[in-house]
Design a protein around this ligand. Structure first.
Ligand code: Q46
Ligand code: ZN
Ligand code: ZN
Length: 297
């Protein structure tokens, strides 16, 4: 296989794009694809300021590197959950610290233990559905932080595989709420920072190749509370279909982004109140975050 651009030895083969590339031209191709998505979905103004939610995994690290290389003012935010089992939080934190040091990306670490004197394992003893609360916690911290620093948006590392699998699952159960919210961009609203997913059109194999090319070293430790990977079955069905029809996943998700407006009016959101403690919009006051971590009642 030869590089589509220079005819040199190919480093990666991308059946979905009917192309193969050498390292140099794959790098340029990957950046160009994301630059195009950022423009198409109006994710960021040129040179804009963006907080990237870093977990230590490859997707979030690749998101930060790409945005940094495209000239945005990137700041990484790592939420240290205080999970010591399996060295999960310390190893994740170290992966983020190393990445940020190598690439010159500023990193802010928000440690639950430092802020509130306890972490996820302490909370897990009281609450059985710990992942749901952990998700609420991370989203709250990231949103509050992005608003506080006045960045243009909060970026997460969701990939095409994540977006297509979620779309597939939510279509099967006609979850209209999600179907109105599955876009790569959620606009800012009062109390909510703009949320963007710059890798929403990049498939897993492309992201893996880009991470390898730049010697990104993601964390290997796995969270001890990790349930079966989200949407795993849907991902494998889509991958089977993709193998037979390269490009199907992307066409499926991209097609949705053109139709998503149709689901908008269908969703009635529960009315929001203002949390008396943190001042952010929530379904109840105090909000779940303040109830759990700030002991608000
Ligand atoms: S970190 Fe938190 Fe995940 Fe661990 S406790 Fe569950 S949600 S599995 S992405
Ligand atoms: Zn080439
Ligand atoms: Zn609150």
């Amino acid at each position: 296989m030869k590089c589509r651009v220079c005819r040199g030895e190919a480093f990666v083969k991308l059946p979905a794009h009917n192309a193969a590339f050498c390292p140099e031209h794959f790098d340029a191709f990957f950046l160009r694809q994301i630059a195009r998505a950022i423009k198409k979905y109006r994710m960021l103004p040129p040179g804009g300021r963006v907080v990237v939610a870093l977990s230590g995994g490859k997707d979030s690290l690749v998101t930060a590197l790409v945005l940094h290389r495209l000239g945005y003012q990137v700041e990484g935010l790592f939420v240290d959950l205080g999970i010591l089992e399996g060295d999960f939080s310390p190893a994740s934190r170290q992966a983020c610290e190393e990445f940020c040091a190598v690439h010159g990306v500023p990193l802010r670490v928000y440690s639950l233990t430092a802020e509130f004197g306890r972490g996820i394992p302490d909370i897990a003893r009281r609450y059985p559905r710990i992942c749901a609360l952990c998700g609420v916690t991370k989203r709250h911290v990231m949103n509050e932080y992005t608003l506080a620093v006045g960045a243009d948006a909060l970026a997460t590392g969701h990939t095409l595989d994540d977006m297509a699998a979620a779309l597939f699952a939510n279509l099967l159960r006609w979850d209209l709420h999600y179907l109105a919210k599955g876009l790569p961009v959620l606009p800012a609203e009062e109390g909510f920072a703009k949320k963007i997913k710059p890798l929403a059109l990049q498939a897993e194999n492309e992201i893996r190749a880009f991470a390898a090319l730049h010697e990104i070293r993601p964390v290997e430790a796995v969270c001890p509370y990790a349930p079966e990977a989200k949407f795993k079955r849907y991902k494998s069905v889509l991958n089977e279909l993709e193998e037979k029809s390269p490009g199907l996943k992307r066409a499926f998700y991209e097609g949705y982004t053109q139709q998503a407006h149709r689901f908008k009016e269908e969703t009635a959101r529960p009315p929001l109140v203002t949390c008396a403690v943190c001042g952010l919009p929530a379904t109840n006051s105090p909000c779940t975050f303040c109830r759990i971590w700030r002991d608000a009642t």
